[in-house]
Design a protein around this ligand. Structure first.
Ligand SMILES: [Zn+2]
Length: 165
């Protein structure tokens, strides 16, 4: 268990940087300190700590989800205001697909339990009992990677589309 000096967030030992504020973390707490921290934590907080990071929604996640939703709104507005231009270029299908992809990333950030349930559903056909699985660090990394790839990629594309006449 590690405690952030800056914001006080409690997290597990696998982290070198605070999951909440990005502050570099020092050595893990001693057994004694851990007992004290746990005693001071509410039951809710303890539940949160015990959950895998996949299910933890940080402030950055909420901001990113907002940016994704703004992104989706820009695409919807483009569909409404520049429909003829998009039809001419054959961009209607890709614009629609991008809106769905962007919204799915936002839902994944704000409702990680839903996205994990979907992930497990996909595994149903390959694995006998996917219910008891928990997300690996690779899955956690891939989720973040996808979110930022979609965010950056779709913003560049929408700027390109708005600059066209
Ligand atoms: Zn922190």
């Amino acid at each position: 268990m590690k405690k952030c000096k800056k914001c006080g967030a409690i997290q597990d030992n696998t982290h070198n940087k605070c999951i909440e504020c990005g502050q570099p973390l020092n050595a893990q707490l001693t057994k004694e300190e851990e007992v004290n921290v746990k005693a001071g934590m509410s039951e809710e907080m303890l539940k949160l700590y015990n959950k895998k990071d996949y299910f933890y929604i940080s402030r950055l996640d909420r901001i990113t989800a907002l940016l994704l939703m703004a992104d989706a709104i820009l695409y919807v507005m483009l569909l409404i205001t520049r429909k003829e231009f998009l039809m001419e270029k054959g961009f209607i299908p890709i614009t629609t697909v991008l809106i769905i992809i962007i919204l799915m990333q936002a839902i994944g950030l704000l409702f990680p339990k839903v996205s994990w349930a979907v992930y497990k559903m996909r595994l149903m056909f390959q694995i006998d009992d996917p219910q008891n699985l928990s997300p690996s660090t690779t899955v956690v990394f891939m989720k973040r990677f996808m979110v930022y790839a979609v965010l950056v990629g779709t913003y560049i594309f929408i700027i390109y589309l708005y600059l066209q006449n």
